[in-house]
Each structure stands twice: as C-alpha cells, then as structure tokens.
Design a protein around this ligand. Sequence first.
Ligand code: DX5
Ligand code: ZN
Length: 215
Amino acid sequence: MRLAPSILSANAAHLAREVHDVEHMGIDLIHFDVMDGHYVPNITFGANVVAALKKETTLDIDVHLMVKEPDHLIPSFLSAGADMISVHAEACRHLHRTIQLVKDGGVKAGIALNPATPFSQIKPVLSDLDYILIMTVDPGFGGQTFINSMLQKIREVKSFIDAGKLKIDIEVDGGINKLTLPPCLKAGASIIVAGSAIFGQRNRLEAIHTLTRAD
Ligand code: DX5
Ligand code: ZN
C-alpha cells in the first residue's frame, strides 16, 4: 500500500514543518484537499500552497480537487507541481474533457466518487485514468466516520479492474484508521489517505506505524 497523509489535519500555520515532520517516516505521498466553499462547504488552499510545499519535499503531491467545474484551475495545479490530480465525477460538466486536461499536463489522473455516486457512472471514461478515489465519507471535512458500505464499492471496482486487466489504482479517503484500513486493503485499495489518523496525532511516527502494522 501507499500511504498519503492529508495535510487537511496538519497545523495550517506550519505546513512546511508538518510535511518535514512526516516525510521520512515511510509515507509515499502528500495528499492535498482543495475545497472551494461551493462544491463542498469548506475553503482550504489553492495552487500557491501546493507550489510552496513542492519546494519543501521530494514526495509526490496528490491533489484532490473538491471543486465545482475545476477545468479553469487545473493548469495552475499542473504548474504548481502536482504529481496526481483527482476531480469529482459529480463536479464536472464534461468529465472526459477534464480528465484529458489532467493527462495532457503529464500527471496521473484520478476520478473521485462520492459515497452516493455509483461506479457505473464513470465506466465510459475509464481509459486514460490512473486511479479511482473512492470516498469513504462525504467530502468536505476531516475526522468523519468511515462509511462501511463503501467496502462493497471498493470490491466492485477492484473486480472490474482485475477482470479487464486495467492499470488503475484504487485510493480510499475518509475515516481511515487502524480498524478501517485492513478491510479497505482486503477489498482492493492500494493508496490510503489518512488525515486525523496521522496529522491529528501527537506522535506521528507511532501513528504511521500503527497504520502500516494494520496492513
Ligand atoms: C475529506 C477529505 C479527506 C480528509 C480525510 O473531504 O477528502 O482527505 O482529509 O480526513 P480523515 O482521514 O480525518 O477522515
Ligand atoms: Zn481527500
């Protein structure tokens, strides 16, 4: 599995210090939750913050855009140094075009699916996709409770990927902790986002070991 701590739960006054704190603790990516106050109720940060932190770390940057109609923002996240960009299926007017924008920028493209959105909705646009982000909470906030019924969606996506021999990773995001992580891995997830279970903990090394041991 690849572990992606979400800086949504980090100390926003010291983001560089927070990233430095965890970057050599066996993690793989840094997850950026970009919220526009429109598609989701919160506002977080934009491409300027990604660009600033890109200079602080060699870890890949995983940008999760919780933004309505994100096409106009994608170029700025590409320039900022994003390595992966996911957009919400529900937020895009022309999802195929949006995926092409990301791919044309030379980075990995993902589609995020809200708990209420069926996998069938994105089956026609799976070509060119590098990963599917299965939301295991409703987007907008850190620290929410994992929705158990999403395990069935992970299994459904995984069996479709395997049957078609597709090279698409499954990322899970929301409510991940030492108890919810193992069933996600068993169901087929390979990229694991964790906000409060890592940055919300005083001892990050212990928090990361707790998650990797739960693997
Ligand atoms: C929720 C975000 C998540 C969030 C996860 O909208 O997409 O990435 O940071 O936080 P936890 O791990 O605390 O549920
Ligand atoms: Zn996220």
